[in-house]
Write a protein that binds this ligand. Structure first.
Ligand SMILES: NC(=O)C1=CN([C@@H]2O[C@H](COP(=O)(O)OP(=O)(O)OC[C@H]3O[C@@H](n4cnc5c(N)ncnc54)[C@H](O)[C@@H]3O)[C@@H](O)[C@H]2O)C=CC1
Ligand SMILES: CCCCCC(=O)/C=C/C=C\C/C=C\C/C=C\CCCC(=O)O
Length: 257
């Protein structure tokens, strides 16, 4: 799938992994709607991209993925501005074991809300052009992350949702592929704030630090390259790309169903 002439929506686009995803999509020719609660940082990113690629390549839309109303309006504005939606990157996410209900709300309900509302624009059966959605899960969605049980549960949910949507879409002929990226520790604000977001598990903070020392870290741009692969490779549907320090591999799941 070539990105020239395609339109993408990236949630949590202002910082970290979302910022890198936005940059790589624009570099490769897509027009991108930057959705984020942090409008100031999103605007700063747009300004930088405007200089290199021109103002018409991006729009910033303040959008909280907890709000169906805001998501609906953001997707409509994207479609009206760019003439449709081809790519959705469900990337917005938090790690906060103290505010674990909010973590579930953003990481799970946010992904589901954006997906279902974007389907209405993209589904070939309802007049859309088809396309691809790539969700930012985590290595913590493939196995336990003892310092953050709720965060890990939300990422397992994203993996299960992505795999199931991929099958539902293929069987229903929606013309939309669903994939996920599962990174280890990435150098972003989320990682920096980690020791202060552990709630009742703050006594395990050093375990997280030791894991980082053993496993190493990943730059956001490396994760973005993996997202680009999942967007452009049309053979990928229901696929999960595990990204480790200096290594990436597609996940093989046990055949239970
Ligand atoms: N940093 C890491 O080590 C890893 C992060 N991830 C996942 O990657 C995704 C991005 O995380 P990072 O870039 O590390 O975090 P970050 O904290 O650097 O950036 C997150 C972005 O999402 C935005 N955001 C937060 N809540 C939002 C909401 N309700 N609606 C819209 N935007 C919202 C923030 O304003 C920010 O721009 C998350 O889903 C995270 O779980 C996955 C694996 C590893
Ligand atoms: C094996 C599970 C990988 C999970 C990756 C993920 O989704 C989120 C990771 C979040 C935080 C990173 C964990 C520990 C960080 C440890 C120390 C941070 C010190 C602050 C700093 O300077 O970076």
């Amino acid at each position: 799938m070539a990105l020239n002439g395609k339109t993408a929506v990236v949630t949590g686009a202002a910082l970290g992994i979302g910022r890198a995803i936005t940059e790589i999509l624009v570099q490769n020719g897509a027009k991108v709607a930057l959705l984020d609660v942090n409008e100031a940082e999103a605007k700063a990113l747009k300004k930088a991209l405007d200089k290199q690629y021109g103002q018409e390549k991006t729009i910033v839309i303040k959008c909280d993925v907890e709000s169906e109303e805001q998501i609906k309006a953001a997707l409509q504005k994207t479609a009206d501005t760019f003439g449709g939606i081809d790519i959705v990157c469900n990337n917005a996410g938090i790690l906060n074991e103290g505010e674990w209900e909010k973590t579930v709300s953003i990481n799970v309900l946010g992904v589901i809300k954006v997906t279902y509302l974007a389907l209405k624009h993209m589904n070939k059966l309802t007049g859309g052009r088809g396309g691809v959605m790539v969700n930012t899960a985590s290595m913590a969605g493939l196995g336990p992350f003892l310092t953050c049980p709720v965060y890990s549960a939300t990422k397992h949910a994203v993996v299960g949702f992505t795999r199931s949507m991929a099958l539902a879409s293929a069987v229903s002929d929606y013309g939309i592929r669903f994939n996920a990226v599962c990174p280890g520790f990435v150098e972003t604000d989320l990682k920096v704030k980690f020791p202060f977001k552990l709630g009742q598990f703050s006594h395990l903070s050093d375990v997280g630090k030791e894991m980082v020392e053993q496993m190493g870290t990943i730059q956001p741009s490396v994760v973005a390259e993996c997202v680009l692969e999942l967007v452009t490779d049309e053979t990928k549907n229901g696929d999960h790309l595990l990204v480790k320090h200096n290594e990436k591999s597609y996940v093989t799941f046990p055949e239970v169903l």
